[in-house]
Design a protein around this ligand. Structure first.
Ligand SMILES: *Cc1c(COP(=O)(O)O)cnc(C)c1O
Length: 393
């Protein structure tokens, strides 16, 4: 008998052949504006550490203090005996910050999306979803077994047309979008989607993973950015990106949160955060409110770096946020450009299918508040040299 897993080796061989096989880069320092990967100091344009909070002294202290007091683990899932006072404090803190009734924290943003969509919808329901929504939303949709209707990227009129066609059909309707799209860095058309949802009685849900800590006052997200308080039923955010730690959350009405406490499977069947995670997230929300200059620096750096890439003549797509793709088309070329950048001291990840559509491969850059002008200038020089060498420019 042959090896029943031989097909895996064959597929890996094919990826090596195509130049899309990906070796993991190993981070040997803290995640910061400059970090050491694979033994090399590089300017890090590949993290989601937008505000530099992964190494913020107040977050570190909070994690250490919570560990000393409460140990390293919570001991159980939330519904058995793993709800610590720190978890409740964090949920109340986030609800106040977001100006909503209630909040539930999940182990990750992925768990928050997948767990929430699959809990509130069933096979008789309908989901109307942007074609570029995050994988965790797509998995949540599939787990729910609801009928999935995909609309073209950011096309609110197309979304409304689907809602209108479903008007006579039984079942609930959920309209769902990313606040900021993670591969293109463009912003979802939330005002138009909210109006469409309201006209057709649909549930409105937004995934603010890349908007939390980035958009809106003190980083309150896309609902605040667009002035739509009270009009989005389900707001998902992450604690893993700008907040600098790990986790995801859902904000909404008290009943939504109570329902998720009873039915969201990651909440029911997976152990809650260690005390250090909850405590450092709590400290992060204080930092968001008390150090707004971090968000200003993030946007200053974003404008500066984006203008630099555009001036070089690179294709940065539709980006409007700190996520700026450099679109090159071919996946193997994107990976070669990423490797050339790394050789010269810049980490920016090559991303191809299935993370982005075929023919839209890119090197994705993300600037943070903690990059210096000198680092950004150096990165631009490296981009110019590497892009010329590979014929991208
Ligand atoms: C990163 C991301 C998530 C997942 O968040 P984690 O906390 O890393 O699990 C969900 N949605 C979007 C749009 C993301 O970019």
């Amino acid at each position: 008998m042959g090896d029943p897993l031989a097909f895996l080796s064959e597929q890996l061989g094919a990826w090596r052949q195509a130049g899309t096989y990906q070796r993991l880069r190993i981070l040997e320092s803290a995640s910061a504006a400059e970090s050491r990967f694979d033994g090399k100091e590089v300017i890090n344009l590949a993290s989601n550490n937008y505000l530099g909070l992964t190494t913020h002294p107040r977050l570190r202290e909070a994690a250490l203090e919570a560990t000393r007091r409460y140990g390293v683990g919570s001991g159980a899932v939330r519904t058995i005996s793993g709800t610590m006072s720190l978890h409740m404090e964090l949920e109340e803190r986030i609800a106040r910050f977001k100006h909503v009734e209630a909040c539930v924290v999940f182990q990750s943003g992925f768990a928050a999306n997948a767990g929430t969509v699959s809990a509130i919808l069933g096979p008789e329901d309908h989901i109307i979803s942007d074609e570029l929504n995050h994988a965790s939303i797509i998995d949540g949709c599939r787990l729910s077994k609801a009928k999935i209707h995909v609309f073209p990227h950011k096309d609110a009129a197309a979304a409304e047309k689907i809602l209108a066609e479903l008007e006579s059909q039984p079942g609930r309707k959920l309209l769902i979008t990313d606040g900021v799209f993670s591969m293109d860095g463009d912003i979802g058309p939330l005002p138009a989607l909210v109006e469409a949802a309201e006209r057709h009685g649909a549930i409105m849900m937004v995934d603010d993973a890349h908007s939390s800590g980035v958009l809106g006052k003190n980083g309150r997200g896309s609902v605040d950015h667009f002035g739509l308080h009270g009009r989005v039923h389900v707001q998902v955010g992450t604690l893993s990106k700008a907040v600098g730690v790990l986790g995801g959350y859902v904000c909404g009405s008290r009943d939504l949160i109570d329902f998720l406490y009873h039915r969201a499977r990651p909440f029911l069947f997976s152990t809650s955060h260690p005390p250090a995670v909850a405590a450092s997230c709590l400290a992060a929300f204080d930092v968001l409110e008390q150090e707004p200059e971090r968000i200003e620096r993030l946007w200053d750096n974003t404008r500066y770096f984006k203008a630099g890439l555009t001036r070089l003549g690179l294709n940065t797509g539709m980006s409007e946020t700190p996520i700026t793709p450099v679109i090159v088309g071919d996946a193997a070329l994107a990976h070669r450009l990423s490797a050339a950048l790394f050789e010269e001291g810049v980490l920016a990840t090559g991303i191809g299918y299935p993370t982005v559509p075929q023919g839209k491969a890119r090197v994705r850059t993300i600037v943070t508040a903690t990059h210096t002008r000198e680092q950004l200038d150096r990165a631009l020089e490296v981009f110019e040299r590497a892009a010329k060498k590979l014929g991208v420019l």
